[in-house]
Design a protein around this ligand. Structure first.
Ligand SMILES: Cc1cc2nc3c(=O)[nH]c(=O)nc-3n(C[C@H](O)[C@H](O)[C@H](O)COP(=O)(O)OP(=O)(O)OC[C@H]3O[C@@H](n4cnc5c(N)ncnc54)[C@H](O)[C@@H]3O)c2cc1C
Ligand code: FES
Length: 357
């Protein structure tokens, strides 16, 4: 009976994964669906997915948390900057496995932030202390009922007791999240993903973000030992988030909006390009936003020979590396390989990524 219940949940999850991606037509899509079919045929990662879907902490999942799981100190990514266009051996490092926990987090604050964006603040003493800048969590939307896949959100703020996300309702899951009240319990898994690496010695950090990308960069902005320029872009003034907070941390914030309602009219690259031509310093970019913006910044980094850490925004289903929904092509010394944005990323160096239409 229990087996049937779980099998039904898995089948309905894969159906939801297919629905989730039915609007996409990229050439990697067939691989993604093939991967899902392989999973249905008994991929070893299936127990992890069962645990997540069944809202249980699977033993395999705990095992994947790696040798650091009992340590209080979260694993740190060392910088990976000795890369050059002709030597890809520095790419695809073995990341320390993230410490991933599941927790019933209690909503302690939930309110409008700006425009359509909302802040959701949870008491999360298990996940909170483990968070590194650039990581995300997977949230199980309580009101969704039949739609049981979790939704991924960048961790905007975190401390020993809590985590916050900054989200914009765009569909069924995020619209349902509006209904959450203070005191409600929400199941979260996190922190997930690799997070941004440390700044390389002697480099000047530059932040570039679009829309909710600011949320993913806030903890990095706070952690960096030096403050440089932060380029923020959005459709209109209401999409430019938390600039006062970045300014308060000492960042020189430059804003562009598509409609000119705040800052310079245009794209973030319209502000970045003239600035770059005047620079003598060796810059290192930390970027989060829509994929066309990431690609534009990555192209500039490759052309000018600096490092750019790009946080990819791929649709995700399981969020923990089991379903292969989020794969991208990543360069290796011998050619390329599939990399999972949720587990191997979401942050990749610009030279690692093979962009597809
Ligand atoms: C690593 C990561 C971090 C994220 N961080 C944030 C965040 O901090 N704040 C925030 O508001 N959102 C964030 N997102 C996007 C968020 O996960 C989606 O908006 C959410 O899953 C949509 O769920 P839904 O059920 O409301 O929409 P659905 O009904 O599933 O989809 C509604 C619409 O939203 C689009 N959509 C779904 N997922 C994404 C996505 N990943 N990126 C862009 N569009 C998407 C769909 O294509 C569709 O057009 C993040 C996504 C990822 C992968
Ligand atoms: S979302 Fe399942 S492997 Fe990345």
């Amino acid at each position: 009976m229990e087996l049937n219940r779980r099998a039904g949940k898995i089948a309905s999850s894969f159906f939801e994964i297919a629905l989730y991606h039915s609007g996409k037509t990229s050439s990697s899509q067939s691989i993604k669906y093939a991967s899902i079919l392989i999973l249905l045929g008994g991929h070893p990662c299936l127990p992890i997915l069962i645990g997540i879907i069944g809202n249980e902490t699977s033993p395999s999942c705990e095992k994947r948390a790696g040798p650091n799981e009992n340590h209080t100190e979260p694993p740190r990514l060392k910088n990976r900057t000795n890369l050059n266009a002709f030597d890809l051996r520095g790419l695809n490092p073995q990341y320390p496995a993230p410490i991933m926990k599941q927790e019933n987090a209690t909503v302690i604050e939930h309110h409008n932030f700006q425009g359509d964006y909302r802040i959701l603040h949870f008491a999360a003493p298990t996940v909170g202390p483990l968070v590194q800048p650039g990581q995300f969590l997977e949230l199980q939307v309580p009101q969704l009922g039949d739609r049981i896949l979790r939704r991924p959100f960048s961790i905007y703020k975190a401390d020993a007791e809590s985590v916050s996300i900054l989200y914009k309702p765009v569909g069924r899951g995020t619209e349902s999240m509006r209904l959450l009240n203070v005191g409600d319990a929400v199941n979260i898994i996190g922190p997930l993903g690799n997070g941004y690496p440390e700044l390389s010695e002697g480099k000047t950090p530059v932040l570039v973000a679009g829309g909710y990308g600011n949320a993913a960069l806030y903890l990095k902005a706070k952690e960096l030992p030096v403050q440089g320029v932060a380029f923020f872009g959005g459709r209109s003034a209401l999409d430019i988030l938390c600039i006062d907070e970045f300014k308060a941390l000492g960042w020189d914030v430059r804003v562009t909006t598509n409609d000119g309602s705040l800052g310079t009219e245009g794209l973030v690259t319209d502000a970045f390009d003239p600035w770059l031509t005047e620079q003598n310093t060796d810059v290192e970019l930390f970027v989060c936003g829509p994929n066309p913006m990431l690609k534009a910044m990555g192209d500039r980094a490759i052309e000018h020979g600096f490092t750019a850490w790009l946080s990819l925004d791929e649709n995700m289903a399981c969020g923990v590396g089991a379903c292969l929904t989020c794969v991208i092509k990543r360069k290796t010394a011998d050619g390329w390989e599939w990399a999972r944005c949720c587990k191997d990323g979401p942050i990749f160096e610009s030279r690692e990524i093979i962009w597809e239409d």
